[in-house]
Design a protein around this ligand. Structure first.
Ligand code: SN0
Length: 319
């Protein structure tokens, strides 16, 4: 594997899940693989799980790790081309990314969308500049449009906990006070559509009208606007808030009635609930679910390690 920015970098999802589960049962089996290899972990935005699970995965493989919150600890970064840098920005991404490439064998980067200019976000302008200029393999820790390590961990969790061969998995929009990126739902949809193609799941998306995701990420997904109809008989539910793609970056409605609680789960087939975290209790998801055995969010966060480790292992093997 030469980079990991989307499910498109994975030839066989089922195999990669099996590899992650093998690492989970034997974490230090490949400790020699990363010896004298350095992973640079760069954040332009906050992180808890991504930061720690990626570091832990790299350490399990014997890698050296350097973490930098470049937004807070680095020089103010200019990402636009062709501008005279006579303002607040000090260092251009063209030099910064090249310099990271001098110190690191692999880079892992988080760069959220601005949610103002859809073309800029969906062309992954900042993320692609890091890929182009660093000259080393890049792992996405959430770009403007995708969060593939999260979705991979979600699929691992589903595979571990499924009780039927082809569970019904539902992605449902949830309310929030802030406009959030579409990256988590985009990439969850992308991975579940691929898992559906590989016969692993039956995938449904539900949201109020106006919150349709970009079609490139939802090939073959069923979209149902009635949440009750969508979650009926579900085995796994993934509530997540996102802002509108079509009316870009906007929160269109308060979403009354869209937050799930334990009572609402009665019509499911004993559904387990996933969430990438952080989650705002009783706004995005009922605290009663989070405090119950229906919630898998902690196990899911734990699986971030094995997702990152499977990906880093494949990249190290290709160096
Ligand atoms: C991010 C998102 O993409 O939804 C990161 C998820 C891994 N979440 C947030 O930014 C939450 C912010 C908030 O105020 O709740």
């Amino acid at each position: 594997m030469k980079q990991f920015t989307s499910v498109k970098d994975v030839t066989n999802v089922k195999e990669l899940v099996q590899e992650a589960l093998a690492l989970k049962s034997n974490p230090y089996a490949h400790k020699a693989l990363g010896t004298n290899r350095t992973l640079g972990v760069i954040f332009l935005n906050p992180s808890l799980r991504t930061r720690l699970s990626t570091q832990k995965a790299a350490m399990n493989l014997g890698m050296n790790v350097m973490v930098m919150n470049i937004d807070k600890e680095g020089w103010a970064l200019e990402t636009r081309d062709g501008v005279v840098m006579d303002g607040a920005t000090v260092e251009h991404i063209r030099e910064a990314a090249r310099v990271f490439g001098q110190y690191c064998d692999v880079l892992a980067i988080r760069s959220f969308p601005g949610l103002k200019n859809r073309d800029e976000d969906y062309n992954e302008e900042i993320f692609n500049k890091f890929i182009t200029f660093s000259g080393v393999p890049v792992v996405s820790l959430e770009s403007a449009t995708l969060h593939p390590l999260q979705s991979f961990a979600d699929l691992i969790t589903i595979e571990e906990h499924k009780k039927v061969e082809k569970p019904k998995v539902v992605l449902t929009w949830a309310p929030h006070v802030k406009p959030l990126p579409q990256s988590v739902p985009n990439t969850f949809a992308e991975w579940m559509c691929r898992a559906q193609q590989e016969g692993l799941v039956d995938f449904v998306i539900t949201h109020p009208e106006g919150y349709e995701l970009a079609e490139q990420f939802t090939p073959g997904a069923r979209i149902v606007y009635n949440q009750d109809e969508a979650i009926k008989g579900a085995h796994f539910i993934y509530p997540k808030s996102w802002s509108s793609y079509h009316d870009y970056g906007k929160v269109l409605s308060k979403g009354e009635g869209w937050m799930l609680n334990l009572e609402r789960l009665a019509i499911t087939d004993q559904a387990k609930v996933l969430h990438c975290l952080p989650v705002r209790r009783d706004l995005e998801l009922g605290a009663d679910i989070l405090d119950s055995t229906e919630s898998l969010v902690i196990e899911e966060a734990g699986n971030r390690v094995w997702a990152a480790q499977a990906v880093l292992k494949r990249i190290l093997e290709s160096l």
